[in-house]
Design a protein around this ligand. Structure first.
Ligand code: ARG
Length: 393
């Protein structure tokens, strides 16, 4: 039997995919699940996959690689898609795809498969990554191919083949979660006029119910990488988990966005990313202190492009690597500490310091000790304004 490696989450879609690949395509299915911090029970997942007909399952904790090689580079770049989305889902796909390809190569599989729908971004991200890393693999996307039209039909299919689905919570939401953030779609969120109900949020407290006391937190970065919280060193996983918890308690990191998908449609998406939001705000603030004006302004354009590149599934490309090279160069002096205040859904940087600070009090001050050459301003203005003199006379 020919083999297929399926990116498997254990949810309804990929569980039905698994069986379908076996029954309808006659393939030997090797399931792969990446633990990216979504709260996986490895034993349960294994049972489920084998119960759904998998010949074999790989479950791997990839949180560290995910943070170090995908999330932190995005953090350093300052990427936020459409100014808001910190890209948790979009960053996970290329990593999952990379392991799927490696396993396919090790197992001698001819096919790779995913459980994405035909109208989302994730199918694009998976398939562009598969194609970039190994163009000879053939992609199967059951959700684009099969005749099951609704979730109800999928559940019936699952029943027919006694596929173990967590028939538990009848959540109307589609939720994708990892350590960098949660993406929530569907249900009443599909009406952009309807306010997001509190029950849609998975990891953040309502700002209205968050503590009435603000919490200060200090983050230390070295070359744009967060290393300490309140002066204490942490590994990347623990650091992000602590900030998720802290930010979550204070209702920080919620986003409600009508966004432009790659496939042309607009969709209403809700995100929660407490740690990513705190780190992004802190990191930007530190850059404000250490980057010169022109580098900082140029980097804003790079941030936007980096976000598009991630969102559009272009991780394994020359362009992403080139942008990353620029970003890496800008991070040489992004070392220092930012103090933030978390309070009822807000996160504000309130203090910052760095050995590479370009801020000079003697130049900035309006008090004693001013060293700025006021007379030099006159000549500067004369020449700066020269091209425009009389332009609107
Ligand atoms: N719109 C977001 C993105 O494209 C979230 C996607 C969520 N994916 C999911 N399978 N539920 O990155």
């Amino acid at each position: 039997m020919a083999k297929v490696v399926l990116a498997y989450s254990g949810g309804l879609d990929t569980s039905v995919c698994l069986k379908w690949l076996k029954e309808e395509k006659g393939l030997d299915v090797i399931a792969f699940s990446a633990d990216l911090g979504q709260g996986l029970n490895h034993d349960e997942l294994k049972k489920k996959a084998l119960g759904s007909g998998a010949a074999k399952i790989y479950i791997e904790d990839m949180r560290e690689t995910f943070l170090k090689d995908y999330a932190f580079p995005a953090l350093r770049s300052g990427a936020r898609y459409e100014e808001k989305y910190l890209l948790a889902t979009a960053l996970g796909r290329p990593l999952i795809a990379k392991r799927v390809v490696e396993i396919a190569e090790e197992e001698g599989a001819e096919f790779v498969a995913h459980g994405c729908t035909g109208k989302g971004n994730d199918q694009v991200r998976f398939e562009l990554a598969f194609g970039a890393l190994n163009p000879s693999l053939k992609v199967v996307a059951p959700l684009r191919e099969w005749s099951l039209k609704t979730r109800t039909e999928e559940i019936e299919y699952a029943k027919k083949y006694s596929i173990p689905v967590s028939a538990t919570k009848k959540s109307s939401y589609s939720i994708d979660r990892n350590i960098w953030g949660v993406s929530i779609e569907c249900g009443e969120l599909e009406d952009p006029w309807q306010e997001v109900p509190e029950k849609a949020y998975q990891v953040t407290a309502s700002p209205a119910k968050a503590p009435d006391e603000s919490r200060y937190v200090e983050i230390y970065f070295e070359n744009g990488i967060p290393l300490k919280i309140d002066g204490k060193d942490y590994g990347c996983i623990e650091l992000v988990e602590i900030l998720n918890k802290l930010g979550g308690e204070h209702g920080v990191g919620r986003v409600d966005l009508v966004e432009n998908r790659l496939v042309g449609i607009k969709s209403r998406e809700v995100y929660e990313a407490p740690a990513a939001a705190i780190l992004d705000i802190a990191h930007t603030e530190l850059e404000n202190l250490v980057l010169d004006r022109e580098t900082a302004h140029f980097k804003q354009g790079v941030s936007r492009k980096f976000a598009e590149v991630v969102y559009y599934g272009l991780w394994y490309t020359r362009l992403r690597e080139a942008l990353d090279a620029f970003v890496t160069s800008t991070q040489e002096k992004v070392t220092g500490t930012v103090r933030l205040k978390l309070y009822r859904g807000t996160c504000q940087a309130v203090s910052r310091k760095s050995p590479y600070s370009l801020y000079e009090k003697a130049l900035a001050t309006y008090e004693e000790g001013d060293s700025f050459d006021h007379a030099a301003a006159k000549g500067f203005i004369q020449l700066w304004g020269l091209p425009f003199r009389g332009q609107r006379k």
